[in-house]
Design a protein around this ligand. Structure first.
Ligand code: HEM
Length: 136
């Protein structure tokens, strides 16, 4: 059985991720935490890879994700997650057939629940940790 990544295809994953972050950058609440991102082509590359692998595709970048540390630094809150997920759902619905949008969104919600749990346990509260060395 084909995984959802190959069903959607890498180009469509990349297009969807790019469309999402172009909306994020104009969003009332989400644009603030994302102002810390200065290298947008790099961010889009690593987020496209993140989703490709999360949806079942094979790795093609050598990058160590530091998801809890990055979100602690970015000032993650459950309220921002609500906005993030709502915008993500709209983007998926615009770019994908409903079955693919549902499957992708279910994974985003699951990761969102993990981020909320880390936040509740105090692992995503400041102060910001030093920037970890990035592998690429
Ligand atoms: C389920 C929802 C979310 C997922 C799946 C997600 C996923 C990711 C991933 C994989 C990265 C790259 C981490 C790395 O470079 O090691 C990232 C970076 C980032 N995320 Fe999220 N995220 C989510 C929600 C949020 C929310 C609600 C915020 C609001 C604060 C946020 C803000 C950021 C920022 C600002 C970065 C860039 C950090 C940097 O490079 O310094 N994310 N996210």
């Amino acid at each position: 059985m084909r995984d959802i990544a190959h069903d959607i295809g890498r180009d469509r994953v990349a297009e969807t991720v790019a469309a999402f972050y172009s909306q994020v950058r104009q969003h009332e609440t989400l644009s603030l935490p994302f102002a810390r991102v200065h290298d947008w082509p790099h961010h889009l590359d690593i987020l496209t890879h993140f989703w490709w692998v999360t949806l079942g595709g094979e790795r093609y970048l050598d990058y160590s994700y530091q998801v809890p540390a990055r979100h602690a630094e970015a000032g993650f809150t459950p309220e921002l997650l609500v906005d993030w997920l709502a915008l993500f759902r709209t983007t998926l619905d615009t770019h994908l057939p409903v079955e693919q949008a549902d499957a992708w969104f279910a994974r985003a919600e699951r990761i969102g629940r993990s981020l909320n749990l880390l936040h509740e346990l105090g692992h995503l509260h400041g102060p910001a940790t030093p920037k970890a060395h990035r592998l690429q």
